[in-house]
Design a protein. Structure first.
Length: 120
């Protein structure tokens, strides 16, 4: 009988230790998963910002004529898709510019903000 109790205690101890190790491993995996999910969100944000910036440069800065309605709509949708109030506010400052100097300053500020918003 005493041998059975010792064996039972050893088996229970091994099972408890295994559960503790699995719990710790699960915690570490969850932390790593959260870190990876954050990196994916950052990369998606980077891609949206870069796509908007590319579109802005192509359709506004390199434009030889007035920006078409379709292009303005694309830009407006792209900037709203960023879901960033600060970028949207700077975009609206650019759109609402009354003079060329105001527009140039708004463009500089917008491009600077876009670059700052890219998390690495």
């Amino acid at each position: 009988m005493p041998n059975q109790k010792i064996i039972l205690i050893i088996v229970i101890s091994i099972l408890v230790a295994g559960n503790v190790l699995l719990g710790v491993n699960n915690f570490l995996v969850q932390e790593k998963l959260q870190m990876i999910e954050q990196k994916v969100k950052d990369q998606e944000s980077n891609l949206k910002i870069l796509n908007f910036t590319r579109l802005f440069i192509e359709k506004v800065l390199k434009a030889e004529n007035e920006v078409s309605f379709e292009d303005r709509l694309k830009l407006e949708n792209a900037v709203r898709d960023l879901n960033d109030n600060e970028i949207l506010a700077q975009w609206e400052k650019f759109v609402e510019s009354k003079t060329e100097i105001e527009a140039q300053n708004a463009v500089k500020n917008l491009l600077e903000l876009l670059v700052k918003k890219i998390p690495f």
